[in-house]
Structure formats: C-alpha cells, structure tokens
Design a protein around this ligand. Structure first.
Ligand code: FE2
Length: 264
C-alpha cells in the first residue's frame, strides 16, 4: 500500500488483502498460459508504453503477480497502486479510488476453461491488462483526473449525473478499455480490453492487415474526437465496431480536462 495514499471512505468496505501464498500451482500455470498466449502478439502490436510498463512494474510471465511487489515498483514511479478489492465496485467507490491513484484490482483468476473471456474482470484483465499503463506518467495523470471529474459529477450534479456519467463511461471505454494509439504510422493497442483479450485484439489486427478497409471484418478506426466519443454507444458483449486512435497520451489527458469543462 502506498503510505502517502489518501484514506478511502466509500471504497473502504470493498478493500481486501491478496492472499498470494494461497494461489495453487495450477493457477500460476493458467496465468503463464494466458501471458504466453498474449505476448507474441503484444510484442508486435502493443504500444511501447505498455511493454515498458510491463517490465517496469516487474510482472512475471510465469507467476501470478504479488500486488505488494508490483506496488513497490509502481508507487515510486507514478504514485499509483494496484489495490486489491472484492469485486465490482459501485461507481462512487470506483471513482474515489481512481482519484486517489488506487486502481481497484481483483485477485481471483479465471479457470483454464475460460481462458478467453470472463464476464467480470479478474487479475489477468486488471493487472496484465491495465496496470502496466499506470507506470506511464501522462496516462497516470489522465486516469486520476478522470476519477476526480467523475467523483465531482457524482457529488455535485445529482439531477443530471446519470447522463453525464454515462458520457464519461464512454470516454473510459474508448481509452482505458479499448484505446488505440498511432505510433510510427501504425495502430498500437493500449486499452486493457484489447491487451487482455486475444479475440478482441486479433479482430483489430486482422482488420489492419487488410488495410482497415473491410469494416465488416473489423472495427472502424477513427481519429479520436471527444464529442464523438462522449456520444458513441457501445456493447460490452460484442466485438467493438468503432475504435478511436489518439496521436499521443497527452490527447487523452486533455480530453479529460475538456470533458470536465463541458460536464461540470
Ligand atoms: Fe477493465
């Protein structure tokens, strides 16, 4: 735990300890299989900040991460922590944690029978997918700012909060979960929904191989535009039809600031 981290109040009932010693050899083996399945594709198609972050926070390919060890490396870099929680959080608790640079992190791992998909996030989605990006200073600032804006919307605009939070949810979806970035003229992945899913990533990459022209076989990749993103509906349960590509992570930090100006 980050000693400088602000105490959590709303999220406090959801905080748990990670019992790392209780993971079985089979669970470590499932983690290793998941990582080894994703890495060849990610070495080629993930953004460089993700790949740097993976090593900077000391993730191992063969063992489930010990969050205390991850935080010893992550905390000094950006002040973020991967903080163990019991499962899905209500929105106010989730935003409180992001605003405090504490990423709600599940500790359970999917079974070998559901390597590709779990309806709820697990430690593979949360840590392998999300946490490496938290080592990047600009992404780290963006994510905290996002949490602060959503927390303020929750507190201050009860009558219209639902609509505004739905719009902010789209910003999260098309960046943190399904974001892509242009680097050296190529589309690279950074959203956890892509990083942690072989099927979703392959759907995007195959489409890029065909020049991105055939949107029947892959998503349409548009230039990032905040107004479009805030209005863009999505389905959680299907392959994504539209993705938004940024030119730099400064762009999503600025988008969070602009969203704050528009919605608060
Ligand atoms: Fe996620």
């Amino acid at each position: 735990m980050n000693p400088q981290a602000a105490p959590l109040t709303v999220a406090e009932p959801y905080l748990i300890q990670q019992d790392w010693a209780a993971y079985t050899p089979e669970q470590h083996a499932v983690w290793a299989e998941l990582v080894h399945r994703r890495m060849p594709q990610l070495r080629e198609h993930a953004c460089r900040e993700y790949l740097d972050g993976f090593h900077q926070i000391g993730l191992c390919e063969d063992t489930i991460p010990n969050l205390a060890e991850v935080n010893k490396r992550l905390g000094p870099r950006t002040g973020w922590n991967a903080t163990p929680v019991s499962g899905f959080l209500p929105p106010d608790a989730f935003f409180e944690m992001l605003a405090a640079r504490q990423f709600p992190t599940t500790t359970w791992l999917r079974s070998r029978n559901s390597l590709e998909y779990t309806p709820e996030p697990d430690i593979f989605h949360d840590v392998f997918g999300h946490v490496p990006m938290h080592a990047h200073p600009v992404f780290a600032d963006f994510l905290q700012h996002y949490g602060k804006v959503c927390a303020r919307i929750t507190d201050s605009a009860r009558g219209t909060a639902k609509d505004k939070l739905e719009r902010m949810g789209r910003l999260f979806w098309f960046t943190v979960e399904f974001g892509v970035i242009r680097q050296n003229g190529q589309i690279k992945l950074y959203g956890s929904g892509l990083i942690s899913s072989h099927g979703e990533s392959t759907y995007v990459i195959e489409s890029l191989r065909s020049g991105g022209a055939n949107t029947a076989r892959g998503p349409e990749i548009r230039d990032f535009n905040l107004d479009q993103v805030l209005d863009q509906q999505f389905l959680v349960s299907e392959m994504q039809k539209v993705l938004y590509a940024v030119e730099s992570f400064d762009q999503i930090y600025e988008a969070a600031q602009q969203a704050e100006e528009r919605l608060l």
